[in-house]
Write a protein that binds this ligand. Structure first.
Ligand code: TYM
Length: 331
């Protein structure tokens, strides 16, 4: 059985983008794979997080993942910092990856902004830690949104260079599993920016903790143009906001963009937006309600994460010890 690994940063409440780009796939891949899903708190602190808030967000994300259908008994759900193998392998990968490779990472450029010198060193080596997350388990399939593709290519380059430099065939190749629709959900306020849990504007995103009223209000206010929807996909060229809303509905109803336009083409947004809001709420509101119920018992969530970390550790520890042996560390 192939092993799956994926992660999400507990740096805010997960959004509809996280759900459609990743979490929904995480749930469906549970059939037929052995899955490890990780709340990547080491990655989260590459930009400053309030410590109390980080603990709350980590629990909230665990609750949302359970409410979305992640099964922590058949599979493994845990937080990254609780398994030391991640940080140890990341250090080895810091010494394998080349600075030139990291300089090409578009996410670093986006996140660091104009003042790159002021970004944390952790943000710069972030992709090496991601590679370590995956390779510490010898995982081969990684369900992610489109924005993580470049990081996964780097994870393959690192594995290849490690194998080559040490003359071993130790780390396997990995494959990104990216959904056919909504692999990059855009902001509701600006069709050129990704929907993000760290966007300062709450109106830019649907949170997986939003209720039906909040969802309806955010979609009603979502930025659009004044034209009705086209009946064919070509008509979406140059209309990023319209494309985004249509793609969201396509993903939620498991259809292509052209199938959605065949039904809704010619409609104005006054008609389309309520139909979309209803579909979004039908998926998100039950997740939000179940997550709220689970958050009433934080001790249970913490125990579930501890159990996940112990099981993750049992897989990663022998693999990372072997990597440490390969590079020549004495034990
Ligand atoms: P993060 O926390 O930014 O996002 C978690 C997952 O959600 C996807 N995603 C989106 N998909 C579609 N549209 C969007 N607007 C959108 N925003 C986020 C992301 O692609 C991701 O799959 N570096 C990763 C976390 C990570 C990881 C790993 C992933 C750490 N180690 C190892 C895979 C394997 C990240 O920041 O995800």
């Amino acid at each position: 059985m192939q092993r799956i690994f994926s992660g999400i940063q507990p740096s805010g409440v997960p959004t509809l983008g996280n759900y459609l780009g990743a979490i929904r796939n995480w749930v469906s891949l549970q059939d037929g794979h052995e899955c490890l899903y990780c709340l990547v708190d080491l990655h989260a602190i590459t930009t400053w997080q309030d410590p109390a808030e980080l603990r709350v967000q980590t629990r909230t994300q665990a609750a949302i993942l359970l409410a979305s259908g992640i099964d922590p008994v058949r599979h493994v759900l845990f937080n990254q910092s609780a398994v030391s193998a991640h940080a140890r392998l990341a250090w080895i990968f810091n010494c394998v990856a080349r600075i030139g490779w990291l300089n090409r990472m578009t996410q670093f450029k986006d996140k660091a902004g104009k003042d790159r010198e002021a970004a944390s060193a952790g943000l710069y080596v972030y992709p090496n830690l991601m590679a370590a997350d995956i390779h510490a388990y010898h995982a081969t399939r990684v369900p992610v949104g489109d924005d993580q593709r470049q990081h996964l290519e780097l994870a393959n380059d690192i594995a290849q260079k490690f194998n080559h430099d040490y003359g071993v065939d130790f780390f396997p190749a990995i494959e990104a599993v990216v959904p056919p629709q909504a692999a990059r959900v855009m902001s509701l306020r600006d069709g050129s920016r990704k929907m993000s849990k760290s966007d300062p504007s709450d109106q830019s995103r649907i949170n997986l903790t939003d209720d039906a009223d909040a969802i309806a209000q955010k979609i009603r206010r979502a930025r659009t143009d004044a034209e009705p929807l086209p009946s064919e996909e070509d008509g979406l060229v140059g209309r990023p906001e319209a494309r985004n809303l249509v793609s969201i509905l396509a993903a939620l109803t498991d259809r292509s963009v052209s199938a959605v336009l065949a039904e809704h083409g010619g409609q104005g947004f006054g008609v389309f937006k309520p139909a979309l809001a209803e579909r979004v709420a039908a998926v998100v509101a039950p997740i939000a309600a179940e997550a709220r119920r689970l958050l009433d018992d934080p001790a249970h969530l913490d125990a579930m994460l501890r159990d996940g970390a112990a099981r993750a550790n049992a897989i990663a520890e022998p693999i990372v010890r072997e990597a440490e042996h390969i590079v020549g560390f004495l034990r």
